[in-house]
Design a protein. Structure first.
Length: 184
């Protein structure tokens, strides 16, 4: 049932991933779910760049070097984590958004549609017992220096995917929905 998948979805980080491969078929199923997200005026702004295998290691090297070159305050830990997380993942998907060239809707609506597409990916990945995590490091802004992005397209983050062995913790919320809802 979808409500159970929603309640049981968790962020699963690269450090938790095992070495089991993620197949192209699994990735395609996850991406196809993204394509059914709600979209305002049918702009379908989500764009995904899949890094699988050697390309994700190259991306990790690029991002860590971009961080080293552009960081106001350099951290060796952050530098290494950018590389290591790419290597630990079964695949990494750059989450991009293509702005409607006519700007027929507000930008925030296109960002929201892209986020809903990612939520669809997250739910299907959870259903497939593939852990996932959306990371938005500052170096995401440099992706266009590594791969070609179209005019008006920008990276909103990276979606890490990996299979895992451990049991995931039960979900919690700080308060019940009744405390966040007003009825009129």
């Amino acid at each position: 049932m979808i409500s159970e998948i929603i309640r049981n979805r968790r962020s699963v980080y690269p450090v938790q991933y095992n070495d089991s491969p993620i197949t192209k078929e699994e990735l395609t199923k996850i991406l196809e779910a993204a394509n059914w997200a709600p979209t305002h005026r049918r702009t379908e702004p989500w764009r995904f760049k899949v890094f699988h295998g050697e390309s994700q290691l190259a991306l990790g090297n690029f991002l860590s070097e971009s961080y080293k070159t552009n960081a106001e305050k350099f951290s060796e830990r952050t530098y290494n984590k950018l590389k290591e997380n790419m290597a630990k993942a079964g695949a990494v998907i750059a989450i991009c958004m293509q702005r409607d060239p006519n700007e027929s809707i507000p930008e925030w609506e296109e960002i929201a549609s892209t986020a809903m597409a990612v939520q669809n990916m997250w739910l299907v990945a959870s259903q497939l017992k593939i852990g996932s995590y959306w990371s938005s490091p500052g170096v995401k802004q440099y992706l266009g220096n590594h791969i070609s992005l179209k005019e008006g397209e920008r990276c909103l983050g990276f979606f890490y995917l990996g299979k895992y062995d451990e049991e995931l913790p039960e979900g919690t919320r700080a308060s019940d929905i009744s405390e966040k809802t007003e009825w009129f």
